[in-house]
Design a protein around this ligand. Structure first.
Ligand code: NDP
Ligand code: PMR
Length: 390
């Protein structure tokens, strides 16, 4: 909460402007007062307003654990690369894994010093991690990271594509070094190249359970209430992506529409979930690598919301804690992702994991778009061209 204090102060000054401008502070067109927004009966009301179709409960019954291969008696220490491990979910996961003593974590981060400091202050045992530079907003940096990792001589057992940017207040698009809109360029295309290149390394590992995990989210899934808060994810026919997503010759949005930072993020999460499934279809049988995605819960206090207005950052955590009850702490979310990395009962491939209120994992359903096999294939092929693999 201490970190919120400066925001609180600035809210005093800014609240009037925000209240007028940001009637859609929580996304849905909400001309009514914040009081109404926080009313416990928001569920019925909002569903009506948002005209949400059938919604799958995000707290469904736990699916029985599947595929429980027997573990070797003496397992060597596994190596996991986690992108964006300098804060939030990535840092908490690195800590959860490193503390077991069974994992060496490579923190793949764009800001080396920040990552080192974060690891130190989180108390991650220093023999169980190291930081390597990776800027996902540059394809050259991705390739260089892969080279550096290979030169380290380590086997790769698990890759976690976790890093992301969210730019909900941006009026104009910004771009990666290669000219792609920044959210999709970082969250999807950077990870797409990284995971395609590192699949070879995963294949070569002798670790019994090799996994490639791409973090997804509820907000990219329109079969949920959260996924129906405007702007909704929608990749359309991928015409903007096929045009290079550069805002010059083509749109900066995947569907070819006007730039919208919040939508670009949600679209990127759909790409993450589609990519995981396409990996599964193309490579699971051949390689034995398990591909999965997850929604770790709403970790409402992470750096993801750093670009949002101060009032949002102040109200979002209590909204998620007391109204939607979707809130999880960074520590809890880190334990969840660490489970997807190493728990033998979460070894099934092609799954989008979620957790119910008792923190039990279950195989969740993806939205129609996020499970569209034809779209996944097209996304794969267009992405291959953009990152120089085809
Ligand atoms: P944070 O902002 O705390 O973490 C994001 C990380 O990504 C940071 O370490 C950041 O680095 C890194 N990053 C951003 N851009 C780049 C880049 N170009 N190259 C390398 N690293 C980069 O957010 P969260 O922990 O919340 O987000 C982690 C994941 O969880 C994301 O995939 C997000 O979509 C997902 N998620 C989050 C939810 C939430 O409620 N917070 C809910 C559902 C999913 P730096 O520290 O240098 O800024
Ligand atoms: Mg959402 C019903 C449950 C629920 C859950 C679990 C989330 C998660 N959200 C829910 C509901 C609502 N949200 C409702 C009813 C509203 C309108 C009042 C709402 C609004 C809202 C906004 C404006 N929510 C948001 C925002 C954001 O800017 C966050 C976002 O979309 O980031 C992309 C967000 C989120 N809500 C979540 C989660 C997990 C997020 C953020 C993180 C993410 O998807 O990665």
């Amino acid at each position: 909460m201490a970190a919120l204090l400066p925001s609180t102060l600035s809210i005093q000054k800014e609240s009037k402007a925000i209240a007028i401008k940001e009637t859609s502070l929580f996304g849905a067109a909400l001309p009514t007062s914040l009081k109404a927004e926080f009313s416990p009966c928001f569920n019925k009301e909002l569903r009506k307003k948002l005209s949400v179709g059938p919604i799958k409960a995000q707290t469904a019954a736990t699916t029985p654990a599947v595929n429980q291969p027997s573990e070797k008696k003496t397992l060597r220490k596994g190596t996991a690369i986690i992108t964006g491990a300098s804060s939030g979910l990535g840092l908490a996961t690195a800590k959860a894994l490193a503390e077991t003593g069974k994992w060496h974590v490579i923190m793949a981060c764009r800001n080396f010093l920040k990552a080192e400091k974060a690891a130190k202050s989180a108390g991650i045992p220093k023999e169980n991690y190291n930081v390597m530079h990776l800027d996902l907003a540059s394809l050259d940096s991705v390739r260089q990271f892969v080279d550096t990792f290979r030169r380290s001589g380590r086997a790769l057992d698990v890759l976690v594509c976790n890093a992301a940017v969210y730019l909900p207040t941006a009026k104009e698009p910004t771009f990666t070094a290669d000219g792609f809109e920044l959210s999709v360029g970082t969250n999807h295309l950077g990870h797409f190249l990284l995971s395609r290149l590192l699949l070879d390394d995963l294949k070569q590992s002798d670790y019994p359970q090799r996994r490639l995990i791409i973090v997804g989210s509820i907000t990219g899934n329109t079969n949920t209430l959260a996924g129906n808060v405007p702007p909704k994810a929608n990749l359309g026919d991928l015409r903007g992506l096929a045009g290079g997503l550069n805002g010059v010759g083509s749109s900066s949005m995947i569907d070819g529409g006007e730039f919208d930072g919040a939508k670009a993020y949600k679209d990127s999460k759909v790409c993450n979930m589609l990519t995981m499934q396409e990996f599964h279809r193309r490579y699971h049988e051949e390689t034995g690598v398990a591909f999965s995605s997850l929604y770790p819960g709403c970790i409402a206090e992470t750096g993801l919301f750093r670009e949002h207005v101060p009032l949002f950052r102040l109200l979002f955590p209590p909204f998620q804690k007391y109204i939607t009850k979707g809130y999880v702490s960074e520590e809890e979310a880190g334990k969840r992702l660490a489970q997807v990395v190493s728990d033998p009962s979460l070894s099934k491939s092609g799954v989008y994991w979620s957790w119910n209120k008792n923190s039990s994992s279950f195989e969740n359903q993806l939205s129609k778009e996020a499970s569209d096999t034809e779209k996944a294939r097209k996304l794969w092929e267009v992405s291959e061209k953009l990152v120089g693999l085809a």
